[in-house]
Design a protein. Sequence first.
Length: 186
Amino acid sequence: SSSSRPVDEASLKFKIGRCHLALREYRAALAELETIPARARTLPVTMTLAKTYRRTGYERAAVACYKEVVRDCPFAVDAIAALAELGCSGEEIRALLPADGNDGNDDAPGTSSTPLAHGGADAMSVDGAAATDGHREARREEPPGSDPHGWLHHLAEALGAARSHASVVAAARFRRLDEIFPDNPR
């Protein structure tokens, strides 16, 4: 009919790809998602493509997609974790992040509007990281954005160190994140 609005082709292909994924038809989903032009890919499309590449064994392509997601959205903690799991070093991941650990967003890191609140809170939990009340009070006065390297850089380093079995470095980085976010629910 003439009154119906045109369907966005990329959106339609994404929905078809998600239907294939729901049916566990990973190769068919990949074939559909790959037909979406790169310039028309949104963050959800790129993240879904990365997960599908990973699920089907195309790790290089998955890494490339996850890197694109992190470049476009530095707060995509799931993508940062996936890069670490796929063998990217902490330094390689940090190179994708903004230099000051901030994407220019005025929201304070750690608020419920960031992906950290839904994807990274469990990863930041460190047993035995409790400090004295005096230290905890001093940390509350330090706003999260005042960290010179940015909490994202600490997260990237922690995940990279954990992946390479550098437990001491990983624990130190996770402990620093625990200091930056003292009220983080575990």
